[in-house]
Design a protein around this ligand. Structure first.
Ligand code: MG
Length: 374
């Protein structure tokens, strides 16, 4: 191949990675010198303080994905914690983000609605990867405008709710130890859903009389058994029960809702905007997580939809660092309940952001997410 053909082919290969609109955009940027962003991804291993067990998995670490968005001298950072339940992992999230780098590099971040919609249109699944992009762009946007993100959304940080503290499934002795360690939190969320539920709640109740929330993570498969367990939990000072049965068992969940002596909250049943109207009469409340919905932009819209349909709302999280938890916390003045403790389970958090005082979320008032190095 002569030099001319080599250059021609190399140019064609480079262009093949772009869509026609992007090629035009690149050309326009080169001319104006605007919208040349640099986006980098990084997989980071979070080490956990305790082995974390739910009905879904058990682990001593979690790999998350960071997206670093640099543009116009401003750095935005976002995080996604891939959810095993949806067959996601950090490498898949990273590949998804890298598949849209030409789009991100060439788009105007002040028009993030259009950019995020385009990312959603191009990337199937990979909700944690999308969340990392969205959070990075929102951090960038807040910094660009010089406002903390709660202010960008028109929210009062004093309305941020108390967060509960989650206790994973463990032996009664370790459960008691974890409950004692959570002394600063006025409400606890207890993971159940195995055949040790009564034993777990008894261990918790042997050391505290705080209000409890219970999350079965789809663990109960018989609706009559679920109803009996809920009757028992209603006598144990439990506020509500989260996702008692598998997400796809909507008819059983509706039956259980009509029969339940406690309010029911949907989590695994509620992933995307179109799920929400179908859950009227099935749950009283819905749990939103940035890693499940694909970021702050989507979550804000879904919380508003749920409120309009009469649901109580909660912001929840995966095991994550302070980057993702702080992003969710900036939206938390909108919701009734918070379960934003994922960073507190981590031993090597690289960031500082939202803090917790006697359970209440205290939002940073610096621009964007307001993160500092740990
Ligand atoms: Mg849950």
């Amino acid at each position: 191949m002569n030099r001319r053909n080599l250059l021609k082919n190399a140019g064609a290969a480079g262009l093949l990675a772009c869509l026609p609109g992007e090629i035009t955009a690149f050309a326009a940027e080169k001319k104006s010198g605007v919208h040349a962003a640099s986006v980098k991804t990084e997989i980071y291993r979070l080490k956990l303080r305790h082995t974390w067990t739910t009905t879904m998995s058990s682990s001593t670490y979690r790999d998350v994905l960071y997206v670093h968005y640099h543009h116009d001298g401003i750095h935005g950072v976002g995080e996604g914690a891939p959810i095993v339940r949806y067959k996601e992992d950090a490498k898949g999230a990273q590949a998804a983000v890298e598949s849209v780098l030409p789009l991100l590099d060439s788009s105007d971040p002040t028009q993030f609605e259009k950019v995020i919609s385009e990312v959603f249109a191009r990337v199937p699944g990979e909700w944690a990867g999308k969340a990392a992009i969205d959070i990075a762009m929102m951090d960038w946007m807040g910094k660009k405008l010089g406002v903390p993100l709660y202010e960008y959304y028109g929210l009062d940080p004093r309305d941020a709710p108390v967060t509960d503290f989650s206790i994973g499934i463990d032996t009664p002795a370790i459960t008691r130890e974890k409950v004692r360690e959570a002394a600063a939190f006025p409400v606890l969320k207890i993971k159940v859903g195995l055949d040790t539920d009564e034993q777990t709640i008894a261990a918790v109740r042997s050391v505290t009389d705080k209000p409890l929330r219970v999350d079965a993570n789809e663990g109960w498969t018989d609706r009559e058994v679920a109803a009996r367990k809920i009757d028992w939990l209603a006598k144990q000072g439990v506020q509500f029960v989260e996702q008692p049965m598998p997400a796809d068992r909507i008819d059983d969940l509706r039956w259980l809702h009509a029969r339940s002596s406690l309010p029911l909250m949907g989590d695994e049943s509620c992933r995307h905007p179109a799920d929400i109207p179908k859950l009227v009469g099935v749950f009283d409340a819905l749990n939103f997580k940035l890693d499940k919905t694909g970021g702050m932009t989507q979550t804000y819209m879904m919380i508003q939809m749920a409120r309009a349909l009469g649901f109580k709302t909660m912001l929840g999280c995966m095991v994550s660092s302070s980057c993702s938890i702080t992003a969710a916390a900036h939206l938390s003045p909108l919701v009734d309940y918070a379960d934003l403790d994922g960073n507190l389970l981590v031993a090597n958090d690289p960031y500082r952001g939202v803090t917790v005082k006697e359970g209440k979320l205290i939002l940073p008032d610096r621009p964007g997410l307001g993160l500092l190095p740990a």
